[in-house]
Write a protein that binds this ligand. Structure first.
Ligand SMILES: [Zn+2]
Length: 231
């Protein structure tokens, strides 16, 4: 590689925001220490979600219980297993498996490749959402994982399964509202038919025929007016 300037991602951003199976130019990859002729791999503090603390916290490099020395890095690509620990609760651990090496003519810039991380890569999912999804939670997680990795078709397949599984749950809840608010028999009967229909497309077509959108919007508007009625 020549001395031309390369567009590089800060190493901390690479760790927290780059999905696995991707190699990129990174900067702030190494640092020097007085008394040593070689350079060390940087291990910047990271802001990550900590499930033990229930929010974003600072995670710091934690090689082991006894050693916190940073690994040496050179111009030859090498493999690194980085262990980070939440500085607040000192319980939650994050692992990264990467390969990295410095460019020959640049001290802090190199190429890094992420093999994987644990807990897996992906934005934090609110536990309330996971609870609400019930037995579909696992499929949703997989779909979300695929989406964050850029696997759109696979994500669509998982999400579709979630929607199919949730279909009756949603229609049952709408039916409960329809019964409580004395909606017309036609709407309630259509909802029951949509719930009984095993084929997803036909079920939706039935529900669409009942003009549920107007019904739901009407109910939502009534609830809103009741909730925000001037005192
Ligand atoms: Zn924590």
């Amino acid at each position: 590689m020549s001395s031309e300037k390369v567009s590089a991602t800060p190493f901390a951003e690479f760790l927290t925001s780059s999905p696995p199976a991707g190699g990129v130019y990174v900067t702030n990859l190494s640092f020097e220490q007085s008394g040593f002729s070689y350079r060390f791999l940087s291990t910047p503090a990271l802001t990550l979600h900590c499930s033990a603390c229930g929010g974003a916290r600072i995670f710091r490099y934690h090689a082991s219980q006894y050693a916190t020395n940073n690994p040496i890095i050179g111009t030859v690509q090498d493999n690194y297993f980085l262990k980070y620990r939440c500085s607040n609760c000192v319980k939650e651990i994050k692992h990264y498996a990467i390969a990295a090496g410095l460019l020959k003519d640049q001290q802090e810039v190199g190429i890094a490749y992420k093999y994987g991380e644990l807990p897996p890569f992906g934005p934090y999912l609110n536990p309330k959402l996971i609870n609400m999804l019930g037995e579909s939670a696992d499929e949703f997680r997989k779909g979300y994982q695929c989406e964050t990795l850029g696997y759109g078709v696979a994500a669509f397949t998982y999400y579709r399964r979630v929607v199919v599984a949730q279909k009756n749950k949603i229609f049952c809840e709408i039916l409960k509202v329809a019964e409580r608010t004395n909606e017309t028999d036609a709407i309630k009967e259509t909802l029951r038919s949509a719930i009984a229909q095993s084929q997803f497309a036909k079920s939706l077509k039935l529900a669409k025929g009942a003009n549920l959108g107007t019904f739901i919007c009407g109910r939502a508007q009534s609830s809103y007016r009741a909730a925000y009625r001037p005192q």
